[in-house]
Design a binder for this molecule. Structure first.
Ligand code: GZL
Length: 337
């Protein structure tokens, strides 16, 4: 069986649009609508049960705010829970929503595996599930769709940004890369690493990854792991951070080691948070591949379509750009997060 993540990639690639509730290729209504359950009506107020990963980063804070603001704007009743980056808390929250008979469940899965059982329980309860942000390796029929970014493309984009940074005057010819990985087992960590490696392997035999370890998407994680990297590998002159927060934490350790971030150690990261942009204006981060957290409006529109019995694409991708440090000052006033 094609895993959900592979299916999403192929479906997105093929531009496939599939009826909600099933991916068997024929057009069917959403599970809820087809079953005539509460989800099939448009008159009553929709109740959404949402399980958020946690509050680990600036990206997550912006994502949470977007979901809360958009639910209010859409007149959708939101039940919201913060899992503190623990899968067991997300599974419990989903079970609570099932017992509360919400109309729809949405969540950003902290890791890609271990969801089949609870998703089968949601399906048995005829409650449609919409993924946001991160995908999972589960039977695609257990989900309606994913509203979120293409993390593998983000990894490729980060590698291309590093190419541009290394083409600037004064950049080193020897490239010794440290990687601060996201949460182990999460879709962004897996796919960003895959995308970056694809470009590195294809075009840059001179790039050497000398250290790679998770900082769990947090500033403290980035700070602690980078400090250890610098002790073990004084030759490091490039950092690829899977998110801005780990990059910002690493900057603290780089400066504590008497080195200049953005000069002695070039930094490319992913997200595009406010503080990431500020670091670019200070020359401490050299480039950022944006990962848009403002998924709320798309999520609420998708929920209304699904509960109205409509069809949605298998993957609703977010739009996002790439930024070199030289672009940051001009872009900063217009940033929405
Ligand atoms: C990406 C999201 C990641 C961000 C991190 O969509 O899941 O999790 O890149 C966040 O900042 O912690």
């Amino acid at each position: 069986m094609l895993s959900r993540r592979n299916f999403l990639t192929s479906a997105a690639f093929a531009g496939a649009t599939v009826a909600v509730g099933t991916l068997d290729g024929c057009s069917k209504k959403s599970t809820a609508a087809a079953a005539g359950s509460s989800g099939g009506t448009s008159a009553k107020t929709i109740t959404l049960g949402f399980s958020q990963v946690g509050s680990e980063s600036g990206w997550r804070a912006a994502n949470t705010q977007s979901i809360k603001d958009s639910a209010t704007a859409a007149a959708i009743t939101l039940k919201f829970s913060d899992a503190e980056q623990k899968q067991e808390n997300q599974i419990q929250a989903i079970r609570d929503y099932i017992s509360q008979k919400v109309d729809v469940i949405s969540f950003s899965p902290v890791v890609t595996t271990g969801w089949d059982t609870v998703l089968k329980e949601a399906k048995a309860a005829k409650i449609p599930v919409v993924l946001t942000d991160r995908s999972v390796d589960s039977d695609p029929s257990l989900f309606v769709t994913l509203v979120g970014s293409d993390f593998e493309a983000e990894g490729e984009r980060a590698a291309h940004l590093l190419e541009k940074v290394l083409a600037l005057p004064g950049a080193p010819k020897t490239v010794n890369i440290a990687v601060l990985e996201g949460t182990t087992g999460s879709a962004p960590a897996i796919d960003r690493a895959k995308g970056f490696k694809k470009i590195a392997d294809a075009s840059h035999p001179e790039w050497k990854i000398v250290a790679s370890q998770t900082g769990d998407f947090t500033r403290d994680g980035g700070k602690q792991v980078m400090a250890a990297f610098l002790t073990a590998h004084p030759e490091i002159n490039v950092l690829f951070a899977h998110n801005d927060d780990m990059g910002l934490g690493a900057i603290t350790s780089i400066e504590a080691a008497g080195k200049k971030p953005g000069t002695d150690i070039l930094i490319v990261s992913i997200d595009g948070t406010h503080d990431g942009f500020v670091a670019m204006t200070q020359g401490k981060i050299n480039a950022i591949a944006e990962c848009n957290p403002l998924l709320g409006p798309q999520l609420m529109d998708t929920i209304k379509t699904v509960l109205g019995g409509g069809s949605v694409p298998a993957w609703i991708k977010t739009k996002e750009g790439d930024f070199m440090a030289a672009d940051a000052a001009a872009a900063l006033p217009n940033r929405k997060y």
